[in-house]
Design a protein around this ligand. Structure first.
Ligand SMILES: Cc1ncc(COP(=O)(O)O)c(C=O)c1O
Length: 384
């Protein structure tokens, strides 16, 4: 198969040429003036994406999971009670990390495919009259199920409860609306390889003043993840350890691209991707896991027709059409596959994906009317 693959997975996502080009710059001293200037510009740019003026931002050389661990190590004390709200594999992961650091984890699970019900969280917090719950852990966009949570509503359920709200925004930041200050969020995590259109390697974390106070009281062991060290180095425009400078070049360019397009337009664009993929998938007779009301703008999780496996569909799509989609995760591993529509995507790539999926179903003997999904996706596109 020639030509580069169509990469339709929920991270890593395609890297625009503009970003690839700036990442070819010669290496610079990470303790020199050029880096100082770039770093200051990047921190300001990232704060705009988080929509925070009051919050602080740290950037780690890490994947998204690193920032999950950083959030627990900095803001949750061993034996403190946390309410871990989970709607899928990544909600479970955050709960596991908290448990690994000795937190007293109370899980609040919702069925996979549904969003968390803010009212249930409100009820639980109301019962906690002694304010034993110190933090609520929640995923913004659950990449395993293709469902997003209403973080604004979840945040508001705290009313006067002092628990921190720690949000995994790894697959949502810069693609879904997220207003750190206006929604009163305490900690929000993200990673470079999703909506930032960068290679994997940078973990981003923003936190509020209230979270910083919790950090100062925190007795957890930490060194690499210690935000105090990061903030100290940030004052002189540096990071505590050697940063992946090349990805910083890319991030500087990505922030320019996001600014040029405008965050609102970026968010609208992703919602459009979702409608196109979901509409096309439904029209060809497949079932989406998420209901319309909570369907993710960045990833669609699709049930595999009975008698078939995710691997059959994925392998056919890759081998026959050069189209790379993801498998299912966790308890949906054997029954679903996922199409990522996140970051630097073109609508024509998504149309090609729908076309390739139809032909794949046909080749596998799964009943499908060729063109039904493509037609629906085209109609959705033209109706805008
Ligand atoms: C919601 C969410 N959280 C956390 C992660 C973990 O990120 P990483 O694989 O970069 O460690 C992912 C990765 O897909 C994710 O989608």
């Amino acid at each position: 198969m020639f030509g580069s693959e169509y990469l339709l997975i929920p991270g890593p996502t395609p890297v625009p040429e503009r970003i690839t080009r700036v990442m070819q710059q010669p290496m610079i001293n990470h303790r020199g003036p050029a880096f100082h200037q770039m770093y200051a510009e990047i921190v300001e740019g990232v704060k705009k994406i988080y929509q925070t003026e009051k919050g602080k931002v740290v950037i780690y050389p890490s994947s998204g999971t690193g920032t999950m661990e950083a959030a627990i190590a900095n803001f949750v004390c061993p034996s403190e009670k946390v309410l871990a709200v989970s709607i899928g594999a990544f909600g479970d992961r955050l709960a596991e990390i908290a448990a690994a650091f000795g937190a007293d984890v109370e899980k609040m699970d919702f069925p996979w495919g549904e969003a968390a019900d803010p009212e249930k969280i409100r009820e639980r917090l109301k019962m906690d009259t002694k304010h034993e719950i110190k933090a609520i852990l929640v995923t913004h966009n659950e990449t395993s199920t293709g469902v997003y949570n209403d973080i604004e509503k979840i945040s508001a359920t705290r009313e006067n409860h002092p628990a921190l709200l720690i949000v995994d925004g790894v697959s949502s930041l810069a693609a879904l609306e997220l207003k750190m200050d206006a929604w009163n969020l305490d900690v929000v995590l993200s990673g470079s390889q999703k909506a930032f259109m960068l290679p994997p390697g940078l973990g981003l974390m923003a936190f509020s003043e209230k979270a910083y106070e919790a950090y100062q009281r925190n007795t957890n062991s930490r060194y690499y993840w210690d935000i105090g060290r990061s903030l100290k180095f940030q004052e002189k425009g540096e990071t505590p350890s050697t940063p992946p400078v090349t990805i910083y070049f890319g991030l500087q360019e990505a922030l320019k691209m996001l600014e040029e397009e405008g965050l609102e337009n970026v968010i609208r664009r992703h919602a459009g991707y979702r409608d196109l993929i979901r509409g096309g998938v439904q029209a060809m007779g497949l079932e989406n896991v998420a209901a319309d009301a909570c369907a993710s703008p960045v990833v669609t999780t699709i049930r595999v027709p009975q008698g078939h496996t995710p691997a059959e569909i994925r392998n056919r799509m890759r081998e026959d059409f050069n189209m790379v989609v993801s498998g299912g995760q966790g308890k949906l591993a054997d029954t679903t596959f996922r199409i990522g529509h996140l970051g630097y995507m073109r609508e024509m790539d998504l149309l090609s994906c729908i076309a390739a999926l139809e032909m794949t179903l046909k080749r596998l003997g799964i009943p499908v009317e060729l063109g039904a999904g493509v037609k629906k996706a085209q109609e959705i596109l033209l109706a805008r």
